[in-house]
Design a protein around this ligand. Structure first.
Ligand SMILES: Cc1cc2nc3c(=O)[nH]c(=O)nc-3n(C[C@H](O)[C@H](O)[C@H](O)COP(=O)(O)O)c2cc1C
Length: 220
C-alpha cells in the first residue's frame, strides 16, 4: 500500500506524546467500580451514547457476529442490555449463551472488554425497564420484527400505525419477544492509550462469579 493511501492516525503520535499521556488511571481493585468510574468520565466527554457497546455473539456453527447495543445497567451481577429476543442476536444467544462486549471511548482513548456467560433477565426486571421507555419506543418494540426481512419503510410505518391504534390510550405492555440479557463477566480488560503505542493493559479474570478476581498486566 502506498504510504499516502494509508488512513492517517489522529492526532499525530508526536503531538499526543507531548500533550496527552494519561499516566496511571487504573486505580481501583474492583473491575466493576473501575469501569463505572470510566463510564462516568466518558459521560462527561463523549458527544453521545457513552453507554454504547459492541456486543459480539456467535451462532451455533461458531460464526461470530457483532453490533452496537446500549448498556442499561451494571452492578456486581453483570452488564444488562435490552433487545428483541427473536433478533439475530437473540437466536445466537439462545444457541450459544456467551458473549463479549467492547467499549471504546474516543474522547478519553480508553477501551474496556468483557467476556462471559449471558442469561435472560427476569420478566419483572424487563417489565420495570420497559415501563421507563417512551410510548413511541414501546410501540416500536411491538412494531419491529427486528432482524427479519422488510419489504420497505412503509411496512414498518403501517405496523406502527396499527399498533398505535390497537393500544389507543391504554397502557402498552412489554411484548413477549422483547427483553433483557445480562452478561456475567469472567474476564474484564482495561486498556489505556499511552504514547508511542506503549499502552497500558490490565486484565481481571475469575473462574466463576463466586471466585475472587486475579489480575495480570499484558504487553500492549
Ligand atoms: C449506538 C447504537 C445503540 C444501539 N442500541 C441497541 C439496543 O440497545 N438494543 C438493540 O436491540 N439494538 C440496538 N442498536 C441496533 C443494533 O446495533 C442492531 O442493528 C439490532 O439490534 C439488530 O441486531 P441483530 O440483527 O444482530 O440482532 C443500536 C445501534 C447503535 C448504533
Amino acid at each position: 500500500m502506498p504510504a499516502d493511501k494509508l488512513i492517517p492516525d489522529s492526532p499525530s503520535d508526536e503531538a499526543y506524546a507531548v500533550d496527552e499521556d494519561q499516566g496511571e488511571v487504573l486505580t481501583l481493585a474492583d473491575p466493576i467500580a473501575q469501569f463505572s468510574e470510566w463510564l462516568a468520565l466518558a459521560g462527561r466527554t463523549e458527544p453521545n451514547d457513552p453507554n454504547a457497546m459492541a456486543l459480539a455473539t456467535a451462532d451455533a456453527a461458531g460464526m461470530p457476529d457483532v453490533r452496537m447495543v446500549l448498556l442499561k445497567d451494571i452492578d456486581a451481577a453483570g452488564l444488562t442490555f435490552y433487545t428483541n429476543t427473536m433478533s439475530a442476536k437473540g437466536g445466537q444467544l439462545a444457541a450459544n449463551p456467551q458473549a463479549a462486549i467492547c467499549f471504546h471511548w474516543k474522547t478519553i482513548r480508553r477501551q474496556v472488554r468483557f467476556r462471559g456467560p449471558v442469561a435472560p433477565v427476569s420478566a419483572e426486571e424487563a417489565d420495570a425497564y420497559f415501563r421507563t421507555r417512551s410510548r413511541g419506543s414501546r410501540i416500536g418494540a411491538w412494531a419491529s420484527d427486528q432482524s427479519r426481512p422488510m419489504e420497505g419503510r412503509f411496512a414498518l410505518e403501517k405496523k406502527v400505525a396499527a399498533t398505535t391504534a390497537e393500544f389507543g390510550l391504554k397502557e402498552i405492555p412489554r411484548p413477549p419477544h422483547w427483553s433483557g440479557y445480562r452478561l456475567t463477566p469472567l474476564q474484564v480488560e482495561f486498556w489505556v492509550n499511552r504514547p508511542f503505542r506503549l499502552h497500558d493493559r490490565l486484565v481481571f479474570r475469575r473462574e466463576d462469579a463466586s471466585q475472587p478476581w486475579r489480575t495480570e498486566k499484558l504487553f500492549p
